[in-house]
Design a protein around this ligand. Structure first.
Ligand SMILES: NC(=O)c1ccc[n+]([C@@H]2O[C@H](COP(=O)([O-])OP(=O)(O)OC[C@H]3O[C@@H](n4cnc5c(N)ncnc54)[C@H](O)[C@@H]3O)[C@@H](O)[C@H]2O)c1
Length: 330
């Protein structure tokens, strides 16, 4: 018995990297999968049928069920037709995983309108396009799972204003959809994934690794903590019936572990029995709301958790441990 036997899924951007691992893992768990991938370059140009076709081949050869789709999730009609393809081929749609993504990095003062629009179109509008179409069907069947890839870049990556905005937008759309579709039995969650794919090869650190080792990070990743396939088990679980109670949550997938990310929470408040004046604020602000302010974490988020004192970790089983923030609100 697979965890997802009988389910039908759409994976956008399922031809390469993290999406490929997700499509293969969903199929291994028993789901029938439409593997969508435009086969675009990292910057979102061109198209190539091979990535989606190869993943479908791999799934079918392993005894699973899959068909390819080569459309662009950024196009509202093509996204709707991906969802229709799942329903036409498998009779229903239970799972939507939005993974498709591109990069056009530039400092905000140098960014062109085209660079902004292209990145927002694939990540954020692409999520809306796919969610809109899938949610119509899921609302009718009273059940479904929507899982989207956001990024730690949403938390303030300085050289990625378009990507950070799109990925933060994915969180807003996830929370809105989670609250809107809960009553139909549909859950919506987001993952800040990581894994050494061609996206990571393109970063300054990726180029450094190539200079040092003669290999790209993506060529060194298999079966390590940097393997993009490490994201997939969380997706499979979130897509399963057992995760019905997990809705509107954000997880960071990093190394061989998953972190639950806190929801935005109030940490300080200054108030009076009337409207404060700017002068009063200027006096009170530095010692209250303005004391010890930290910059947004950006891509440093979650990188030092493993350094938390050993006493804060609970041993669960051999090689498995659990950490919970001592200051988590009840
Ligand atoms: N790799 C990481 O460390 C990392 C970190 C944070 C977030 N992410 C996010 O995870 C997702 C997957 O990233 P990856 O590293 O596997 O990248 P990748 O480039 O290896 O894969 C992305 C896939 O999306 C496809 N795609 C691009 N535009 C498309 C479109 N319009 N329609 C359909 N498919 C399209 C590409 O052809 C490609 O196969 C992305 O959303 C990315 O932003 C990745």
């Amino acid at each position: 018995m697979g965890m997802l036997d009988g389910k039908a899924a759409l994976v956008t951007g399922g031809g390469r990297g993290i999406g490929r691992g997700v499509a293969l893992a969903l199929a291994r768990a028993g789901a029938r999968v439409v593997v969508n991938d435009l086969g675009a370059s990292l910057a979102g140009e061109g198209g190539d049928a091979r990535p989606a076709a190869q993943v479908v081949d791999e799934i079918v050869k392993a005894g699973g069920a899959a068909v390819p789709n080569f459309g662009s999730v950024a196009d509202v009609a093509e996204a709707a037709s991906m969802v229709e393809q799942v329903i036409r081929t498998y009779g229903r749609i239970d799972i939507l995983v939005h993974v498709a993504g591109i990069l056009r990095d530039r400092m905000v003062f140098n960014m062109t309108e085209a660079e902004w629009d292209a990145v927002i179109a694939v990540h954020l509008k692409g999520m809306f396009n796919a969610v809109r179409a899938a949610s119509i069907a899921m609302r009718e069947t009273c059940g479904g799972r929507i899982i989207s890839m956001s990024s730690v870049s949403a938390l303030g990556a300085p050289g990625q204003p378009n990507y950070a905005a799109a990925k933060a937008g994915i969180l807003g759309l996830t929370w809105s959809t989670a609250n809107a579709l809960a009553k139909y039995g549909v859950t919506t969650n987001a993952i800040l994934p990581s894994g050494a794919t061609r996206m990571i090869d393109s970063t300054p650190r990726g180029r450094e690794v190539f200079a040092e080792t003669g290999k790209w990070p993506s060529e060194l990743a298999a079966e390590t903590e940097r393997d993009p396939d490490n994201v997939a088990p969380l997706v499979v679980y979130l897509a399963s019936d057992g995760a019905q109670h997990v809705n509107g949550q954000v997880f960071h997938s990093f190394g061989y572990g998953y972190t639950l990310v806190a929801q935005p929470q109030a940490v300080r408040r200054l108030e009076a029995d009337r409207r404060l004046t700017p002068d009063e604020l200027a006096t009170l602000f530095p010692s209250t709301l303005g004391r010890g302010l930290k910059p947004p974490p950006g891509t440093l988020f979650g990188k030092t958790l493993h350094e938390r004192p050993a006493g804060e970790w609970k041993e669960l089983a051999h090689g498995m441990r659990f950490w919970q923030s001592p200051w988590e609100e009840p």
